[in-house]
Design a binder for this molecule. Structure first.
Ligand SMILES: Cc1ncc(COP(=O)(O)O)c(C=O)c1O
Length: 373
């Protein structure tokens, strides 16, 4: 054990709450005062505000990001048993949405920027393919123009898993407005996070939006009148009250994350043992995560922990390596996504960090590599 001279948290929601306390408390108290807990005014306000923020016609709030993705696939009525191509490195929810709709997830490889590799997508398309899900992983938008062309050429639906990309831009347009539908998660640790589980579906087609709204509310159009069997997945009014406050701060948080990313890149660019994420001219990253690659990942993580720096691994296993998808690893063995999963390390990023903390983390990373030569 070493003497810890500075603690750098991976995420600091206590600090965020302390800064927003008066806004959040009064918003939450108003919900209690009205006892307006389900489908309340704050929910409608959030749906309108988030749709406008993202430049989408319809926002349907729901219980979490997994349900949002499930609902998007559901309302598009994809043929049962058909294949949905998605990246091999993502959170399991992207694939679960396919499985729970009776669809088969098929894993494509990723590019150096961690998003789905269009060439790999094309190589997996066959007559049984019905859709592609692009994941804006770690807050970095996928190559949507190229994916759109592929989807059009093969008559496939293209969806966005934007669960990590609140506020990100692709060629000037917001993540969530770039394809046939998008799913967002507001899990507390996200760039725009609730005080519990919450999610949203963005759609531009009115009929599909209406269907998604019914699906998330027991398939009902009127009280106790159910057109079809749906699910119970509604955003609590309390969560919407919190999100309405936080949405006002989203742009400044994305800016702060970009500043932290820039500082890391500047301070670490001469460390040859790590591969840093990059800035790209066609995108504004949300920088949900700042993920570096290094062969010495586990030792570096341990070293940073002993120095007081919290880090994360996203994700320790690629999806084809998960027991849940046994068999898929046959065709994914040579994937970058599989090889690199052992090298990924997420450094702390967020508006809770300033120059002092970022410099400290960078200094400790450099120290580690000097010592480990
Ligand atoms: C890429 C991705 N997709 C989907 C989800 C699912 O969201 P939720 O946890 O709100 O169900 C998450 C959240 O962790 C995610 O990171």
């Amino acid at each position: 054990m070493r003497d810890i001279i500075m603690e750098v948290k991976f995420l600091d929601l206590k600090k965020q709450y302390a800064e927003l306390k008066s806004e959040i408390d009064s918003s939450v108290q108003a919900v209690f005062a009205e006892a307006d807990f389900i489908k309340g005014a704050e929910v409608k306000r959030f749906e309108a505000g988030f749709a406008a923020y993202c430049g989408a016609s319809h926002c349907i709030s729901c219980g979490n990001g997994t349900d949002a993705l499930t609902a998007i696939l559901k309302v598009h009525d994809l043929p049962r048993g058909s294949e949905v191509i998605l990246p091999a490195n993502t959170f399991i929810a992207t694939a679960e949405a396919a499985v729970s709709n009776g669809l088969k997830p098929v894993f494509a490889d990723i590019k150096e920027d961690f998003t789905i590799l269009p060439e790999s997508v094309e190589s997996l398309i066959n007559p049984n393919t019905s859709a592609i899900i692009a994941v804006h992983l770690y807050g970095h938008p996928a190559d949507m123009d190229v994916l759109k062309k592929i989807a059009e050429k093969h008559d496939l639906k293209l969806f966005e898993d934007a669960a990590q990309a609140h506020g990100a831009l692709y060629r000037g347009k917001k993540a969530g407005s770039l394809a046939d539908g998008a799913g967002f998660s507001f899990y507390p640790g996200k760039v725009l996070g609730a005080a519990g589980d919450a999610g949203a579906i963005l759609l531009n087609d009115e009929k599909l939006a209406e269907k998604a709204r019914k699906f998330c509310n027991h398939g009902r159009s009127l009280k106790y009148f159910h057109e079809f069997a749906g699910i119970n997945s509604r955003m609590d009014t309390l969560q919407a009250a919190v999100l309405n406050v936080k949405l006002r701060h989203l742009d400044e948080w994305v800016e702060a994350r970009n500043r932290v990313a820039e500082m890391y890149i500047k301070r670490l660019s001469d460390v040859t043992e790590i591969v840093l994420p990059k800035f790209y001219p066609e995108t504004l990253d949300a920088w949900h995560l700042f993920v570096i690659k290094t062969e010495k990942r586990d030792n570096l993580q341990e070293y940073l922990k002993n120095c007081g720096v919290e880090t994360g691994i996203h994700y320790p296993l690629s999806l084809p390596e998960q027991p849940a998808f046994a068999g898929h690893s046959d065709y994914c063995g040579g994937y970058r996504a599989v090889k690199e999963s052992k090298t990924l390390l997420s450094l702390p990023i967020g508006e809770h960090l300033g120059e002092k903390e970022v410099s400290f983390v960078a200094e400790k990373i450099k120290e580690f590599f000097v010592k480990s030569i």
